[in-house]
Design a protein around this ligand. Structure first.
Ligand code: GRF
Length: 321
């Protein structure tokens, strides 16, 4: 099994979601491990649960500190733990913009409502007062706006006629404990998910001028130029021809470059079957921490190498300004 993603969990309270994530991490094939549990409350119940399970814990009260200063202390502790992701689980702090920025795309939160409904506090009472048939829970990426980032998953929970905020919260917590580990697993292993990778590659390819998609021998490919006479500049290779990896195929300058890339950085590049013979290199996509700017640069280069001169000249001129 591939190396596990390292997650740090931040809590302020009882930490029942943290516990759900923790016990899930003990199940076979769980793609993440918890490397640290942190809190702004030294007496948060969840800390002792984590410590008893041998997880390193960290606490630093926020009292008397600026938001930025406290966030920085938490950030440093998370970095020290080696975590790739921060999972907020009842961490009752509004985060500074700098902190959110540092963890852009790598920080998740759980919120006890069906977002975008009922951001903020007292979510259950507000759902009951509104006469909603369902409450629920959402897991989302954290962005600068409170409870507002892209939603990664939700679970609906029926509201009973005699529910009050407390009884509903209790039942929703069961749903939280199911949803959070499921979404965290899905998110940290998305780099192995062909659909996620294809979507990323497609977006980059179609953002290039005059490009369109056309299938080629069962692979998605992208061409520049007209539908009739366009030329391929990229292919998505989902383990075709018995390859071990999901990869993006782009054009190199020729065999010398191709072979030196494959030799010097074998964990990133390989020579693909068939296409390799004509100078196409495969860039492995199903690995953690792919640098998507690097992928975009390769794609632009490949696009340039086959695009009509009239078009690349225009691009050159535009780039000078
Ligand atoms: C949960 O209801 C969660 O949705 C919200 O805070 C609560 C934390 O509970 N963000 P616990 O500490 O995980 O038990």
């Amino acid at each position: 099994m591939a190396e596990k993603a390292k997650i740090a969990i931040l809590i302020s309270g009882s930490g029942s979601n943290m516990a759900a994530l923790l016990y899930h991490s003990k199940l076979p094939n769980c793609p993440y491990e918890i490397v640290m549990v942190g809190s702004n409350k030294p007496d948060a119940g969840g800390l002792s649960i984590a410590a008893a399970e041998g997880i390193s814990i960290f606490a630093h009260p926020h009292k008397g500190m600026t938001r930025e200063a406290h966030d920085q202390i938490m950030h440093d502790a998370v970095i020290k733990s080696g975590a790739d992701y921060i999972i907020l689980a009842g961490y009752m702090r509004i985060l500074s913009a700098q902190f959110v920025q540092k963890w852009d795309g790598r920080m998740l939160n759980i919120h006890p409502s069906l977002l975008p409904k009922y951001k903020g506090l007292h979510t259950h009472q507000r759902a009951i007062d509104a006469g909603d048939k369902f409450g629920g829970v959402s897991v989302h990426l954290v962005t600068a706006e409170l409870d507002d980032g892209p939603i990664l998953g939700q679970c609906k929970v029926a509201i009973l006629p005699d529910d009050n905020a407390e009884s509903l919260a209790k039942r929703i917590l069961f749903a939280e404990h199911q949803l959070y580990p499921h979404i965290v697993c899905e998110y940290v292993s998305r780099f192995q998910n062909p659909k996620y990778l294809l979507d990323k590659v497609r977006a980059l390819a179609l953002a290039l001028p005059q490009s369109h998609e056309r299938e080629s021998h069962g692979s998605e490919g992208w061409r520049v130029g007209s539908e009739k006479s366009g030329k391929y500049f990229a292919y998505f290779n989902n383990r075709h021809h018995g390859e071990d990896h999901i990869a993006l195929l782009v054009k190199t300058s020729g065999m010398d470059e191709l072979l030196s890339l494959c030799e010097n950085q074998p964990d990133i590049y390989f020579k693909p079957a068939y296409y390799g013979a004509s100078g196409w290199v495969a860039i492995i996509l199903n690995r953690p921490n792919v640098d998507w700017e690097h992928i975009a640069t390769w794609m632009q280069r490949s696009w340039r190498s086959v695009a009509p001169k009239s078009m690349t000249k225009l691009m050159d001129i535009a780039e000078q300004f």
